[in-house]
Design a protein around this ligand. Sequence first.
Ligand code: PMP
Ligand code: GLN
Length: 414
Amino acid sequence: LAKRFLGLEKNIWIEFSALAIAHKAVNVGQGFIDYAPPHYFIDLYKETLDDPNILLHQYTRGYGHRRLVDAISNVYSPYFNRKIDPLNEVLITGGAYPSLFNCIHAFVNPGDEVILIEPFFDCYEPMVRSAGGIPRCIALKPKPESTHADCSSSSDWILDKKELESLFNPRTRLILTNTPNNPVGKVFTQEELEHIACLCQKHDVICISDEVYEWIVYDENKKHIRMSTLPNMWERTLTIGSAGKTFSSTGLKLGWTIGPSNLVRGCQIVHQDCVYTCPTISQEVVARCFEYELKRLNSPECYFNYISKELLEKRDKLVQVLKECGMKPVIPDGGYFILADFSEFGDQFQSDADDMKDFKFVRHLTKEKQLATIPVTGFYTADDRHLAENYIRFCFAKKDETLDKAIEILRKLK
Ligand code: PMP
Ligand code: GLN
């Protein structure tokens, strides 16, 4: 193995998805919706397959199928308050994963520092390390009073301004932000994002803004704010989206990066000799899905507007049961995950040199109780892991049947 990948062998999705399958566990761990996508999705898929006018079996434009980049430009331009140039300001990739990879590898030189906010979507750290970058981390800290309550809110998880400022220095190349956040579900406020934006400008840092959960926000008062739309931030922000999240179809494996042409150019260069082009069929289907939604963006029927309504009931149902059984849930403002503090259950599990307490607890739940969840220390770097050893993550984007089975197991835990 090339040296730059040494130390990056472990992966929580590989381990815990296999474990869930091996033990036939109810899977409320991995983040995917296990029920039907929006009603038009299958129809548009079939319609695309039957369309004789498109060469679905051949390569399409390397940086993104023309119909898809046009659709993305048409849908997103109003949200970015500018006309997005479909050919130079959008890059289509094989999901938010490769978008992140392209952005990081396009701009990080060995020794460059990259600021990560913990807990972060786990692949950020290995992507930075394999590029030769050095992660510099700041952890969101739950307000002390919130940790004693039987439940708390993702908005109680706070970024310390002074600590964040202290991480910026002449070696800082990038900061990665993720709002709504996976795994806490925090929706960053305007003030928090403005503070980050201000530091990026002061220190000439690029922001990679992972916004894959952009449409999933529960509180009317906490709107999703795009980093790119803050003053002077378009020039230094790359925004990442995912068709898997947008259309609740993670198997599509399509994502996009939107940003100024000079930065998108860097991502194109990484992409062109690695992937070159993404599957034509998925791109054509996603283009048609966007075109379908474009006609009704402001109506409540638009999937982007009702997905949160559909998920809210599921969130509240799981929160209620977690409270009842003594796992203190952190109620998310966005995304489809809930962190739960399992301190009351975990006495027989302790962190040691090989393994963290939450990993042991999750393995126990999966193997002995057939309930699959995700350990939260997987979203931290080694130095900060202790901060999250009492938390596990649940995904509530599941059909009622799955949630009910999970709830039945949870009720019997105590
Ligand atoms: N970023 C975040 C925050 C995620 O939760 C995920 C998982 N869906 C990804 C990126 C990767 O998304 P994709 O499946 O489109 O590669
Ligand atoms: N993003 C999803 C999650 O956080 C899935 C990640 C994965 O399966 N690799 O659960």
